[in-house]
Ligand binder design. Structure first.
Ligand SMILES: [Zn+2]
Length: 462
C-alpha cells in the first residue's frame, strides 16, 4: 500500500523504459521455459553430491561451476577463502536402561552429529539423560543436575507457524538451542548435549546444522535427535532414570583452502558497478544439498545464462557468486567482504536465494523504504508468474548480510517456506524435492531483478 502511494507520489515515473520492461518480460518467459537451471541442479545433486565445506565434492563443485560460467563467456575469478573442514564420523545411540525395559534389550535412538561437534571417545559414553524443554527449565534445575549427564533440549519446532508460511520464523525460534545448547551444557558440566531436530517433518529423520562452542567453556559432543526420539526421551525420563550409550566420532581437520566462484557479465557503461546474484555452493552432507542451496546457485547461474541466450548486456556488471561455506560460518562471504572492502559503494544491489526452491510470491528488499515503490514496475512484470509482492525485510541472505549492513540495497525471492524445513539439513534434501516449475519461477525472479538493477537509468535508491 505504502509502496503504491509512493509510486503515485513519484508521478508513476519508472526507472525503466518500455523497451527495458519488454526485455524483462522476455527474460521472465525464457526462464519459465528453459531447462538450464534444472539440468545444473541435477548435476550438482547427482553427479557431484553433497558439498560439505572443505570436502573433495565442494572442490569439484567449484571447478564445475567455474567451468560452466566460463562456457557462457563470463569473466570468472576464483577468490580464496579458508574454510572449516569438519568430517562426520560414526553416529549412533541407544538406550541401555529405562523404566519398564525388557531384560537384555536396548532401544535405538535416531540422531546425527551437529556440524563442528567434537567426538566422544571411540567406544562412546554411557550416561544418564536429562531432558529440558527450554532455557527456563534448564535454569530451574538443581545445581549439579546436569553434571556428567547427557542433556537434551526438547524445543518443539512450531509447525503451525511454518504451515502459515513463516517457516523461517519457526526455524529461528528453535535454532538457538542447536547453536547455543552445547555451550550451556558444557558450562554446566554435561557429558554431551543433544537437541531436538530443528525441522518439521514426521518421518523420524534428524536434521543436522552448525553448532558452536565458546572460549573457556568445555566443548562437549553435540547431536540432534529426531522429534520422535525427543518425545520418547521426554516421556521415559518423566517416569524414572534413563541411561544412553552415545557414540559420535566426527573430526575437525585443519582449515581447507577453498573458493568463492565469481563470474562477471560485464556492464557496457559502468562495468565497475556490480549487481550480485548469488547462492551458496556448500551444503550439509546428509543429503545432496539440492534445496539448500543448490537451488540458489543454479537460479543465479540461470541469470547469466539467459543474459547470454537473449544477447542482453546491461549497463552495469551482473556478478554471479557461488559462496563457499555458508553452512559453517560464511567464511566465503567474510573473505569477499575483506577482499572487496573498498568497493561497497560500487555494489548497486545484491541478491541471494537461500530458502529452497518453492514458489516465490515476490521480492524481499532490505534498505531504503523507497525501494518498494521503485521496484513496482518490476513486480508488475513478475505478476504473470504470481511473484508480484514487494516486502521490506531487515535481512535478505546470510552471505550478503555484510553488504546489507553497509547500506547496499539487497534482495531475495519471497519463497514459500511451508515445506522447506521438512527437508532442510536432512538426508531428504535431494533433487526430487525440487519442482521444476517453481525452480523456474525463482530463476525468473532473480534474472529479471538482476537485469532491472543492472540496467536502470539511475541505480537503486540507497
Ligand atoms: Zn542455505
Amino acid at each position: 500500500m505504502l509502496d503504491r502511494l509512493q509510486a503515485m507520489m513519484a508521478g508513476g515515473k519508472s526507472a525503466w523504459t518500455p523497451e527495458q520492461l519488454a526485455a524483462m518480460e522476455r527474460l521472465r518467459d525464457a526462464a519459465m521455459k528453459d531447462n538450464y537451471a534444472l539440468d545444473e541442479l541435477r548435476h550438482l545433486s547427482y553427479n557431484i553430491g553433497p558439498r560439505l565445506s572443505g570436502s573433495p565434492q565442494a572442490a569439484k563443485a567449484v571447478e564445475y561451476v567455474a567451468g560452466e560460467m566460463r562456457a557462457l563467456g563470463a569473466a570468472v575469478t576464483l577468490e580464496k577463502a579458508k574454510v572449516p573442514h569438519w568430517v562426520r564420523g560414526e553416529e549412533k545411540a541407544e538406550l541401555v536402561s529405562w523404566p519398564g525395559q525388557a531384560a537384555g534389550t536396548t532401544q535405538k535412538v535416531v540422531l546425527t552429529a551437529l556440524g563442528g561437534s567434537v567426538a566422544t571417545p571411540p567406544e562412546g559414553i554411557t550416561a544418564e539423560v536429562v531432558v529440558v524443554d527450554d532455557w527456563n527449565q534448564l535454569h530451574a534445575l538443581a545445581p549439579g543436575a546436569v553434571a556428567g549427564k547427557i542433556l537434551v533440549f526438547n524445543h518443539k519446532f512450531d509447525k503451525e507457524l511454518a504451515a502459515v508460511g513463516n517457516g523461517l520464523g519457526a526455524y529461528g525460534n528453535g535454532v538457538v538451542y542447536r547453536g547455543a545448547g552445547p555451550i550451556a551444557g558444557g558450562a554446566l558440566g554435561a557429558a554431551a548435549v543433544l537437541v531436538r531436530s530443528v525441522g518439521g517433518a514426521d518421518y523420524r529423520i534428524p536434521h543436522t546444522g552448525l553448532t558452536a562452542y565458546a572460549p573457556g567453556v568445555a566443548k562437549v559432543p553435540a547431536g540432534a535427535v529426531t522429534a520422535e526420539d525427543a518425545e520418547m526421551l521426554k516421556a521415559l525420563t518423566s517416569e524414572g532414570p534413563v541411561t544412553m550409550h552415545l557414540t559420535l566420532t566426527p573430526e575437525t581437520l585443519a582449515d581447507a583452502d577453498s573458493f568463492n566462484v565469481i563470474a562477471d557479465w560485464k556492464g557496457t557503461e559502468h562495468p565497475e558497478d556490480v549487481v550480485i546474484v548469488s547462492g551458496h555452493l556448500d551444503s550439509w552432507d546428509l543429503g545432496t544439498g539440492s534445496i539448500d542451496d543448490g537451488a540458489g546457485v543454479v537460479v543465479s547461474m540461470q541469470a547469466i545464462h539467459l543474459l547470454k541466450e537473449l544477447g542482453i548486456h546491461p549497463r552495469r556488471t551482473v556478478r554471479f557468486i557461488a559462496w563457499m561455506s555458508e553452512e559453517e560460518g560464511s567464511q566465503g562471504a567474510a573473505a569477499y567482504m575483506a577482499e572487496h572492502k573498498d568497493e561497497t559503494a560500487q555494489v548497486t544491489g545484491a541478491i541471494e536465494t537461500d530458502l529452497g526452491a518453492d514458489h516465490p510470491s515476490g521480492i524481499y528488499y532490505a534498505g531504503k523504504a523507497a525501494l518498494g515503490g521503485w521496484l513496482r514496475p518490476v513486480s508488475a512484470v513478475l505478476e504473470a508468474i504470481g511473484a508480484e509482492t514487494l516486502e521490506s525485510s531487515p535481512e535478505t541472505g546470510e552471505d550478503i548480510g555484510g553488504l546489507t549492513e553497509r547500506g547496499v540495497p539487497s534482495f531475495a525471492p519471497v519463497q514459500d517456506s511451508r515445506y522447506y524445513f521438512n527437508y532442510h539439513h536432512t538426508a531428504a534434501d535431494t533433487f526430487d524435492k525440487v519442482d521444476p516449475k517453481h525452480l523456474n519461477e525463482n530463476a525468473a525472479v532473480v534474472t529479471v531483478l538482476a537485469y532491472a538493477l543492472a540496467d536502470s537509468a539511475e541505480p537503486a535508491p540507497r
